[in-house]
Ligand binder design. Sequence first.
Ligand code: SF4
Length: 451
Amino acid sequence: MSLFKKYNVPGPRYTSYPTVPYWTTTPTTEQWLESIRQAVDGGERDGVGAALYVHVPFCHSLCTYCGCNTRITRNRAVVGPYIDTVLKEWGMYVSRLGRRMHLEELHLGGGTPTYLTAEELERLIGGILERVSVTSTAEFSIEADPRVTTREQIATLAKLGFRRLSLGIQDFDPKVQDIVHRVQSEEQVRAVTENARECGFNSVNYDLIYGLPFQTLQSVEGTIDAVRRLRPDRIAFYAYAHVPWIKPGQRRFTEADLPSGDEKRMLYERGREMLEEVGYREIGMDHFALETDSLWKSSLDGSLHRNFMGYTTRQVAPQIGLGVSSIGDSWTAFAQNEKTLENYQRKVEAGELPILRGHVLDQEDQVLRRHILNVMTRFATDWGGEGLQTPFLDTVPERLREFAKDGLLELGEKGCQVTAKGRPFLRNICMAMDARLVRQAPSTQLFSKTI
Ligand code: SF4
């Protein structure tokens, strides 16, 4: 049995620890605000400001692979009230935290942030920025849909300080684009990429997905060929997650249409090989960057971080989430906003922070979070040092022994180092350190037992 088959078990992507299904202790509003105050104070002592994530849920049509929180609508009248609500939510944070924060990062995600016109983007961003001081090292980034993003929007975003653009591409093959209901040409993508560069954006990312219906080795080669011609600075090359019971849009195809197991992994491996041939470097898990991009540099100097958006160049806390379903992270607590537009708007209108659920990290969570982050970003962790220990770690080597036997990592008494061969299995390795998973779902396998 190949290693890919052996370790092909479902597992989290570890964009947080504890992972969302294992959140148990939602903070009260006051606990959440206090954890943010402490993170802001800590950041200011280190000369680092806070991060803001703003979720824009609207999309014109549904891409059938989509796993995001979206509201599909062509009714543009929904946008104005939504901007009002987000600005009101932001106003609550500013007044209840009782301080003018320094802003280090601003990210607009979705949905489709470029569903908003240039004027609407200006009103939203302008309303946020007027209540905060922007640091000299601040980075502003936005996700965009090449099918609907105009030169005017890009120029406006550049004027507002945005320098990083992430485009949803997924696949260029016509048959795949048709079944996933996302038809966009190489020319459309080229136009948006060039517009961004001409307007002053210094990093363009493409999101690609492997494991989509009807993908073959040949179709993925065609997609990567197009990507090589367009040459973005960064690429996220994610595995498709088929969860039709959660996302009914995925019922447009069946499991029989999907590449499976080894076949799916070969799509990633072929893509990786083709990207590395032309100078891209693999970063952490599922990400690539050119050597000129800051993501590659941060992977070399140890500042690479991982959060709900994937890999980022540095750790910034707190991250405050604004908008429906947004997640905030103060490092010691998580809080997610209401997931339906109606509930989100109702709570904000009532003058409440619209928190639906979250988690206050206990001491063990905080220690394990650090180790899981180390493995995901540096491929190694060491729990011998002060403040890095918790009794659960004594049980970890036993669970990692099989990985060491397969040459996927080198195991020390109080730490491990993932080998190059082990990099595709970072999730499985982190699962061995996930106390909440191990305790609450003890039957979870880190690898297939049929060996
Ligand atoms: S993939 Fe992006 S554009 Fe498509 S439905 Fe999901 S959020 Fe909207």
